[in-house]
Design a protein around this ligand. Structure first.
Ligand code: GRF
Length: 222
């Protein structure tokens, strides 16, 4: 059993809107978790100020100051471990993490990716979905493994691509559902519904072989 409440360390590089959505649900006690630290590879990440305003401890570590990726990631891991995180949450952390760091948090690190994985791993997912003529798009919450955007997906949110959509409109609708789904997945872990055992995710006592998918189209008003 994990300790309660679950301690979260959240890694960001930018705006931190997912971090804020998670932190607010923790503060409202809708999730039995607490954000113990928000860390960034960029001291100017706007999300750090948001975190501080929410009363959360923050840290900024500049990769350039460490010389090598391994050295940076060791320092980052040490900084995170100072708050004894149960889960490491990647929320717009724009660095590819090496094997050592991934192994350090194996089975307890999650990411949110703005596509319906395995489609559109990597960057510019909204543009690529539009260019590919997709009729559905969305986001995926997954455990982090060494394969970029390739770990087991536990929860996906799906929306329809509309005729007039462009990159900003699609991005905005995907972000809105990210703010619902990422806290939900973390809540599942906090409540014990979702766990990592035998090197795979389990939901409600069953090995999770395909992600839970929520179709948000039914909820759209326009
Ligand atoms: C999100 O769209 C997420 O899917 C991706 O990075 C973005 C982060 O946005 N991994 P924010 O910093 O949480 O606003």
């Amino acid at each position: 059993m994990s300790p309660r409440p679950l301690a979260l360390a959240i890694l960001i590089s930018g705006r931190g809107s997912n971090m804020a959505a998670i932190a607010r649900r923790c503060a409202a006690q809708e999730i039995d978790a607490t954000v113990a630290c928000v860390a960034s590879d960029r001291a100017d990440a706007p999300g750090l100020a948001t975190a501080r305003a929410l009363g959360i401890e923050t840290a900024a570590l500049a990769p350039a100051a460490y010389g090598t990726r391994d050295a940076f990631e060791s320092a980052l891991g040490e900084r995170l471990d100072a708050v004894r995180p149960d889960l490491v949450i990647l929320a717009g952390f724009m660095r590819i993490l090496g094997g050592g760091f991934v192994a350090r948090y194996h089975g307890r690190m999650l990411n949110i990716h703005p596509s319906l994985l395995p489609k559109f791993k990597g960057l510019h997912t909204h543009r690529r979905a539009l260019e590919a003529g997709e009729i559905a798009h969305g986001c995926s919450v997954h455990y982090v493994t060494e394969e970029l955007d390739g770990g087991p997906v536990v929860l996906q949110g799906q929306i329809g691509v509309r005729a007039g959509d462009d990159e900003p409109s699609l991005s905005a609708r995907v972000q809105a559902i990210e703010h619902i789904l990422y806290p939900r997945a973390i809540g599942w872990i906090a409540s014990g519904r979702l766990a990592w055992r035998n090197d795979r995710p389990w939901l409600d006592g069953h090995a999770l072989t395909t992600p839970v998918v929520e179709d948000f189209d039914a909820l759209e008003t326009s």
